[in-house]
Design a protein around this ligand. Sequence first.
Ligand SMILES: Nc1ncnc2c1ncn2[C@@H]1O[C@H](COP(=O)(O)OP(=O)(O)OP(=O)(O)O)[C@@H](O)[C@H]1O
Length: 650
Amino acid sequence: MASTLSMLATFTIIRSTFNDFIPKEIREYLWSFIRRFSSEFTLVIEESHDGSSNHLFKAAVAYLGSHVLSASSAADSPKRLTVGKNENVRMFAFGLDRHSEIVDFFHGVPMKWKYNSDANTNNNQLTSESRWYELSFQKKHAEMVKSKYLPHVVAMARKLKNQNRMVKFHSIRRERWCSSAVNLEHPMTFNTLAMDGDLKKDIIEDLDSFINGKEYYKKIGKVWKRGYLLYGPPGTGKSSLIAAMANHLNFDIYNLNLSAVNSDSSLEYLLLHVSNRSILVIEDIDCTVKLQNRQAGDETGSYPHVQVTLSGLLNAIDGLLSCCGDERIIVFTTNYKDRIDPALLRAGRMDKHICLSYCTVSTFKQLVANYLGISNHDLFCHIEKIMEGIKVSPAEVAGELMKSKDPKTCLNGLIQFLESKASEATSERTKPEGEGSSNPKQEQGCKSKDATKTDITNGDSPNHNAITFLAVGSNPTTAGEYTVEAELAPILRAVLLKHGDIVANSSLNSMQCRSSLLEIACGIIQKLQAVKLEDVTELELQSMLTSVSDLESLKVQISWLHKRLDEIVEALQLVKQSSTLNEDMRRNLQEIVELEKELESCDIQKPEQEKKSLQIQEMKAVTEKLSETVSSTEAKLSYFQQRSLVDGLL
Ligand SMILES: Nc1ncnc2c1ncn2[C@@H]1O[C@H](COP(=O)(O)OP(=O)(O)OP(=O)(O)O)[C@@H](O)[C@H]1O
């Protein structure tokens, strides 16, 4: 490679001397003469091609721009570069200056690029400028250039362009995307987002596998899109997570405020005008009445202006409309997951449900490291102790940590804040029933409903909103109090006794979060207890399976519940199968009767008679087989039809 470079350097010096002394016309004649005997081949890449702008020229600009600086130490490197920056990109853009050259090595093969431009004039007035690149290489590499090098230039240019572009934030005005999107200069990244380690890693891996999954999605025939539901109390980082996602992927954000959209057709228009490589965000999805949980009967009519319907949104998410784009992410956020219609939550629409909850010890430490730059302090122990007993959002902690640059002052301020929250919580608890929380929204964790903590241990009193349990896990370090709603208390007790402390190894550390996980599990069991096999819908089952998978991803030991849900799914399929089998059997029997009648009639010939009897025999054999399958299917089904769906689980 070094000898090739020095040859090229010598060549460049000779050529510039040659250029200085020989007139242009003679030079051109000599070059064309020399070229006839040369093994070099040149491709000309002009700025416009076939009357429109040349995609390859643009790719060359970006590709070479990223190479010129790094190649500038080479002997033959150009001595003049252009540089610039516009507001839509993050970094300076370098480029070759007019008539300069650069050599790029591709698999060891030198590819020589030269940039040219010519002014077009009319009556001595500059009218336009023609610009083009010349790409020269040995003739023998022509096929490789065509099939590998040029596609490589285009792919790299696309990658560089995506990395370098500013993330934009699009919002709605008069039911259309604003024509002037603003640059999203949100500093939140996955490094600064405080979140339990495993969950953060899991989200990043999920995003990366989505982004690298083009071929996979194509192979399985699925639209290249992914849905995330972010749920949890206010100030727990839902918007921050969206910003971190956008910065990680370099995707634009389209903030779809549904209350500013008056019809399904406007929604359709908006979705058709969302660009690829973008995140479509629908915040507070539960606040749109028509999208609320139909099963929970939430349609209170308190949002009369909202015109977007559930079916309009479902169609937008996974109907044909969703095929008009690629590499799209849809994010819903809510403070109240249980208010959302299950139809919106099923896998395929919302592929991943992410619970963002109150501060745990781990998130608190990350926030302190980010805000104060320390990883330990004498006051940590005290703070962690108070935090165990109260619900405090990362936003609240962050607010306290911003009050001073001195760690001790800040942490003392935080202690005061936490203590006042703890005493507020105590007085809330001792308030007479009915007065409730002053701010019910703040009381919500990743739970289905509000829960107020009580001091009862292992008790079960219907007069209290929630019950506290001692964990009965075998691992003594996990012993502590779990708090769940009173109506779930008997279920939780039964679960803990039968399966042990199923959250003992959970990746969430605080008792609050673990209680929330237990509450989700118990909520599912409660629903299963209340329904019969024939009443349970596939949608409900899918929503339960998604929640159970979420729990498993947080290392809750709940495979027994997952197995039961799988069995119920199978049983539901059997129900369908059994009705189809019965129908097939009925049709067969009817056909046999008709065939037998035809056989008895005297006006058919002998060969026809033989054919019909053979047919009847075959049909009888098939019907017999069908009848055996029906009996075994019904036997399997009767297990669930005669028992509760959670039989044997508790
Ligand atoms: N997990 C977190 N890591 C780091 N900072 C956080 C986190 N959660 C919240 N914050 C801080 O709190 C502020 C508010 O958080 P954010 O808006 O992301 O919460 P949210 O869950 O979207 O709230 P809401 O439900 O009210 O919209 C953020 O700007 C950020 O500074």
